[in-house]
Unconditional design. Structure first.
Lengths: 399, 440
């Protein structure tokens, strides 16, 4: 994630800095949960105003990437953290105290930080891959718990979103074609705001599923903000073929017309608009209107987030959508019987299997003849290949 | 290209700019034609800002070739003035817009003489008529602006006001906005008996009572969240209602989550032995969590509570296989265009797998709806036509009917509390809902 984030910041590096706080160098007794909570809390305000982005590594190290203009606040936060750990041998000894933090200016030291991030990422991926396989075997999923999602929290979140620069929270994830045993080939990238990151940043321990309608409203607000961001920035996010999440109402809004204006006619055919099933059926005639308009302009429509059992309830062909996203979960195992009618109707070539977190999701997809995939396992495989390619090229250069 | 969308008080109305343009063009009428797209005549839900914006955009890109001037009027009509364009060419372009709005009855009904979607003017011969029309539209637009300014400002429901509105529920007399409407079963002898009374809220009255300064319908998702809180209040209000004759059955429109509240359990418990219970679910709510829906449906069935898939229209049935949800009943809203051969055939196909005996035909405003339904084998009906019959039959049998008007009786049937009910001289008769004879 840090790698991805840094990659996106490449064009903004002149006003960005970073600090790597080596909590892992402290004595184990000083790295307990409550210590970590307080340490993280030191950056709270900066994060909430979206002036800083915090990455907590499993080693307990923290990397904070922040805007240069909040340098003073960052230094103050580090002072607070050092004070918290003042008793630790590392900080008590003048000779070692300096190694607690490494400061980077992205302007000058971008590559160093990127290399570090990639190394950390590799290590983390290997660990996570093992963990995910274990979890899938045991059937562990996230347990819904936490504080209720209230209108007040929604209001606060919408306010934060309207005031701050949300570029920090934007993500890109590739949708790849995987054919036979070949490597994943990216076809297009989904651009989205990570809702779990948003939750972690602005309202941790809130269970958003407790209020599905407020959640819908939040996604609608997010969609508008993403669109508005894409309309303002001429950045890497618009490069290549992309998909974006939209509510029907957003598709009919002024903001979308601006987006439409900015896209060259030739490019529209490569852009996918992802709509949610609840939104579609909440106002079917508006959906049909919006769909016809989108098709007239050359966009493709994808119905997002369908579970396997829902395929028979939401008919892609009748609804006139071009693609659907089928959500994988570990209860789905390899199909040995012939393809069910619902899958045939949807059209196997028009299905993107998403949330592919493990190898078995690919096996499942393959058994059905699906060729488009999206998910963390794909990301990892893809990163792997890229890295090997980079390393091979580097070796080639050295010869 | 002139393109006026929003009306700002400081700027001129697009209608005014159109009049000025029309006057200028008076001296150079040769080869000029005008097309007016009457979006203002579409049904309100088909012509909100988003729809008009899109239509204008499509029209604009398509007529760039005619070097014309386009106006989006304050009533949503689009007017295009152009030179040396053949009406046939313009018609082809208008056809695309017609197709976009094809779901609205305005676009394809009637013949070309009677086309209410688009009008054409050849300025060489019809200039005077056109100029007069522009002046008239300008005057009407100015009137609208004046009366809009006089209206009190209402803000749209947002996350901030939602919290406040929810808090206000406790201090609001929710019972006063609850309404009821009977659903009847018409048997072979054409006698209609009430099988349940559906209880719902009058949104207009709710708005006035709960949040007169907030447009609670402005935001679909937030309103849905609000409805979860309101579900609970309605159930509480119904338990406290003083029905002289308990309903044969209650039918409630509920969010799925509301079925798992203690208030629902209490409501069902209180009704047991006296009245049946039906629960009506909306499709978007179901689609939000289908596993939950199936579980709830089965649990309700286990308690002899019937489920209804609500809110289907002939349009939705083209995209939804209602039988897959396997609810006890499926409620379809009647609209007059269902009587056409095409729609009848489509609905026959769509509802066949459900079983017409499980269909409730709602919004039956006239007798046509009932006779159409009976021809299909539908037995269950709701709507204003039946409400009128209930009032008529009640008054015919009521010893205290002399001072009442038919309209009053109809209105009093529909409420569960308050003055209209108090003014009724015979609440027993009011709550009776007797069988109706010779229907259809």
């Amino acid at each position: 994630m840090l790698v991805d984030y840094l990659g996106r910041l490449e064009r903004h590096r002149h006003d960005r800095r970073a600090v790597h706080v080596h909590i892992s160098l402290l004595h184990p007794n000083n790295r307990k949960d409550h210590h970590m909570r307080i340490a993280v809390g030191a950056f709270d305000n900066l994060i909430k105003m979206l002036n800083a982005q915090l990455f907590c590594l499993t080693s307990k190290d923290m990397i904070v990437v922040y805007r240069a203009q909040v340098q003073a606040d960052m230094e103050a936060a580090i002072v607070k953290i050092k004070y918290l750990f003042a008793d630790d041998d590392l900080l008590m000894d003048e000779n070692t105290a300096g190694s607690f933090c490494d400061w980077y200016s992205l302007d000058r030291e971008f590559d160093q930080l990127m290399t570090l991030a990639q190394r950390l990422s590799q290590e983390e991926e290997a660990r996570q891959r093992k963990q995910r396989i274990q979890d899938a075997r045991v059937g562990i999923g996230p347990a819904p718990k936490g504080k209720p999602f209230t209108p007040e929290l929604l209001a606060r979140t919408e306010n934060a979103l309207s005031q701050a620069d949300i570029a920090n929270l934007m993500r890109r994830q590739p949708i790849c074609a995987v054919v036979d045993n070949g490597p994943p080939q990216p076809i297009f990238h989904e651009i989205f705001i990570s809702i779990s990151d948003l939750r972690e940043t602005l309202m941790p321990s809130v269970n958003m599923a407790s209020s599905p309608w407020l959640f819908q409203q939040l996604t609608e607000t997010l969609d508008r903000r993403v669109l508005s961001l894409l309309n303002r920035h001429d950045d890497r996010t618009l490069e290549g073929d992309i998909s974006i999440n939209l509510n029907v109402a957003t598709l009919l809004s002024e903001e979308f017309l601006i987006f439409d204006d900015n896209i060259k006619t030739s490019k529209r055919g490569t852009i996918v608009l992802e709509l949610q099933k609840v939104d579609i059926f909440a106002d079917l005639s508006s959906y049909l209107f919006a769909r016809d308009f989108a098709h007239e302009r050359g966009y493709r429509i994808c119905i997002d987030g369908l579970s396997y059992s829902m395929l028979s309830f939401v008919d892609r062909e009748r609804l006139g959508a071009d693609l659907i996203k089928l959500v994988w979960d570990n209860n789905l195992s390899v199909e040995t019987q012939s393809r069910p009618e619902s899958l045939r109707r949807a059209g196997v070539t028009r299905i993107i299997l998403c949330r592919c977190d493990t190898e078995s999701s690919i096996d499942f997809g393959r058994s059905l003849g699906i060729s488009l995939y999206q998910g963390r396992h794909i990301d990892a495989t893809f990163q792997d290949i890229r890295r090997r390619g980079t390393a091979a090229r580097a070796r080639g250069k050295r010869k | 290209m002139t393109f006026c969308m929003e009306i700002q008080p400081e700027r001129q109305l697009p209608e005014t700019v159109l009049v000025e343009t029309a006057e200028r063009v008076g001296r150079i009428r040769d080869g000029r034609v005008v097309v007016q797209i009457h979006l203002s005549r579409l049904q309100p839900q088909n012509r909100d800002d988003g729809h008009v914006r899109i239509a204008a955009r499509l029209f604009e890109t398509m007529v760039d070739a005619y070097h014309g001037q386009m106006f989006v009027l304050s009533n949503a009509d689009i007017v295009l003035l152009c030179k040396d364009a053949r009406i046939a060419d313009l018609d082809a372009v208008v056809y695309k817009l017609r197709a976009l709005f094809s779901k609205d009855p305005l676009t394809f009904s009637g013949d070309t003489e009677d086309d209410r979607f688009a009008s054409y003017f050849d300025l060489e011969s019809e200039y005077d008529d056109f100029l007069e029309l522009c002046k008239r539209m300008n005057a009407e637009a100015k009137e609208r602006v004046k009366s809009d300014r006089a209206k009190p400002k209402i803000n749209d429901l947002d996350a901030v006001s939602l919290g406040r509105v929810i808090e206000r529920i406790a201090q609001t007399d929710i019972a006063s906005v609850v309404r009821r409407q009977p659903c009847v079963y018409i048997n072979d002898r054409r006698i209609a008996e009430v099988v349940f009374q559906e209880f719902y809220m009058s949104i207009a009255d709710l708005q006035k009572a709960l949040a007169p300064d907030v447009n609670i319908l402005a935001n679909r998702w937030l309103f849905q969240h609000l409805s979860q809180a309101l579900d609970v209040s309605v159930m509480t209000a119904l338990r406290k209602a003083d029905f002289k004759v308990p309903p044969v059955a209650f039918s409630l429109n509920l969010n799925m989550t509301s079925v798992e509240t203690p208030q629902f359990r209490d409501f069902v418990g209180a009704a047991r032995g006296k009245s049946g219970v039906y629960v009506e679910f909306q499709l978007p709510d179901i689609l939000n969590n289908m596993d939950q829906f199936f579980r709830i449906r089965d649990e309700l069935r286990g308690k002899q509570i019937s489920t209804v898939l609500d809110g289907l229209t002939s349009l939705m049935l083209q995209f939804v296989d209602a039988e897959l949800y396997d609810t006890d009943f499926v409620k379809v809203n009647w609209s007059n265009d269902m009587i056409t051969d095409i729609q009848t055939a489509e609905l026959q196909q769509a509802l066949g797998p459900v079983g017409f005996d499980r269909v409730i035909l709602a919004r039956c405003d006239n007798e046509k709806a009932i006779s159409w339904g009976l021809d299909r084998g539908i037995r269950l009906y709701q709507g204003r036509f039946l409400d009128s019959m209930v009032a008529a039959v009640t008054m015919a049998k009521c010893p205290n009917a002399a001072p009442c008007t038919f309209a009053q009786c109809t209105q009093r049937h529909a409420v569960i509390s308050g003055r209209p009910r108090a003014e009724c001289g015979n609440n027993e008769k009011l709550d009776e809902f007797p069988p109706l004879h010779a229907i259809g």
